[in-house]
Ligand binder design. Structure first.
Ligand SMILES: [Zn+2]
Length: 213
């Protein structure tokens, strides 16, 4: 095999020592996988090897006349993005808008702007609290808001009282007693007995925790 360690080329392509070696490899591939897209041998500009590419030689010559696309390393990309964010901030855009336009997360854009001194972080502690001057109107509004709140509290309280109340209703063959989700269904006979026992129990002098029997 004439291939060389692929890590020797920055393109990470399979390396061949010569055009012949690359073409031989391509022939083997075509023999094995006839449907595979045909590849062409070319001399690499980044390493002393030959590689295979789906780009035909004519197209390769054309692409050479144009400036090669620059793939910046990751940190360079971050720098350009940072510059872009700071430029937008200098134009007066909000961080939310910058994040939306550049596609970076809000926190990243925020961090860049704060570090560059283009954005002053606001915290509730340092923000000056501006109290509106008291007027009849402002007090009326406050009174209305408080009344609405009071009404809401009263409504909730009433709902709770109703939910906790003992409810007596009818069921198919008797009486239905409900208390906070517990339901007791009694026949009319049982209900009459309960009334008797309850009245005896409540009128008789008794210790606090005597069970009805
Ligand atoms: Zn190469």
């Amino acid at each position: 095999m004439t291939t060389i360690n692929p890590s020797e080329c920055p393109t990470k392509k399979k390396c061949f020592a010569s055009r012949e070696a690359a073409l031989r490899f391509e022939e083997e591939v075509q023999a094995k996988y006839p449907n595979q897209m045909r590849q062409y041998a070319y001399a690499c500009e980044d390493c002393p090897n030959w590689h295979l590419s789906s780009l035909p030689p004519e197209a390769r010559e054309l692409s050479k006349s144009r400036p090669a696309p620059v793939i910046p390393p990751a940190d360079h990309k971050d720098t350009t993005r940072r510059e872009q964010i700071l430029a937008l901030k200098r134009q007066g855009l909000s961080i939310t808008e910058i994040a939306r336009r550049t596609g970076v997360v809000y926190q990243t854009a925020y961090g860049y702007c704060v570090n560059a001194g283009l954005h002053i972080p606001t915290s509730s502690g340092t923000r000056p609290s501006i109290k509106p001057a008291l007027t009849v109107e402002s007090l009326s509004r406050e009174e209305q808001e408080l009344q609405a709140k009071l009404h809401d509290i009263q409504r909730k309280r009433q709902q709770l009282i109703e939910a906790k109340a003992l409810k007596i209703g009818s069921c198919s063959q008797g009486v239905r007693i409900e208390k906070e989700g517990n339901i007791l269904a009694l026949s009319f006979g049982d209900a009459e007995q309960l009334i008797e026992k309850l009245s005896d129990y409540l009128t008789a002098p008794q210790p606090a925790s005597t069970a009805i029997s």
